[in-house]
Write a protein that binds this ligand. Structure first.
Ligand code: FMN
Length: 224
């Protein structure tokens, strides 16, 4: 078992997978660890729907059709344009690193579209987990709990030789997901996580985006 620092620092959002399914006992082990995530008052509001095989392919077909028709049914807004310049610059750098890994030049908008569309087939992953939560108040606290769950799940994947990629883009198809899974409208879709065995030879599974220095994020106070 890898040590904690190695698990945390080698985790990355892998965007190319092998088709090999994750054995059920390994998946259960990963999910069992993720279930230990903390949550407000231990409410554990996550409802996780894992799609494999035909179910995953059906969802992919539905959301690809919706994307091509310009349909968007997200429960929660997300637009990089809403962020301040500092954050926009980081988002731009992430996009640039991804397209560079795929060998797509800056001005090739068609191939960039293809790069974006890879989200809709889960980057070749054999499984996708859709993370829902009940709507509660302004949903911020519930969303924080889902974030806690998601990171625990992602680290648990890495500790078991797997990888995952969180995908807000899948949250754009909340209605399609609810209809397919027979869920009521009060169950809100935060995002999805595609997961499986990484295709370690593929550049989209290898690049490392890095982080800002600690001093940009952390302020210590010892006496005020
Ligand atoms: C909540 C959340 C949603 C994300 N949505 C997407 C997405 O829709 N598509 C994608 O390719 N990456 C997505 N990412 C991955 C981020 O781009 C990635 O975490 C970030 O660039 C840092 O890279 P790393 O995860 O490899 O360390 C998402 C990450 C998080 C935490």
């Amino acid at each position: 078992m890898a040590d904690f620092d190695t698990v945390v620092k080698t985790r990355r959002s892998v965007r190319q997978y092998l088709p090999t399914p994750v054995p059920r006992d390994v998946m259960t082990k990963v999910l069992d660890a993720a279930q230990h995530a903390p949550s407000n008052c231990n409410t554990q509001p996550w409802q996780v729907h894992i799609l494999s095989d035909e179910a995953k392919d059906t969802f992919s077909r539905l959301i690809t059709a919706a994307y091509d028709a310009g349909v968007d049914t997200k429960d929660f807004s997300f637009a990089v344009a809403d962020y301040d310049a500092t954050y926009k610059a980081r988002a731009r750098a992430q996009g640039a690193a991804y397209y560079q890994a795929l060998g797509i030049p800056r001005d090739d908008t068609d191939r960039r579209q293809d790069g974006l569309r890879r989200n809709l087939s889960f980057f070749g992953a054999p499984h996708v987990a859709l993370l829902f939560a009940p709507s509660v108040g302004d949903n911020v606290r519930v969303a924080a709990d889902i974030g806690m769950y998601a990171q625990t799940f992602l680290l648990s994947l890495v500790a078991n030789g797997l990888s995952g990629v969180p995908q807000t883009m899948l949250g754009s198809y909340a209605e399609q997901a609810r209809t397919l899974l027979g869920l009521p409208p009060e169950m809100k879709l935060l995002f999805g996580i595609s997961f499986g065995y990484p295709d370690t030879e593929h550049p989209a599974a290898r690049y490392n985006i890095g982080r800002i220095p600690l001093s940009h994020s952390i302020v210590h106070h010892s006496a005020l």
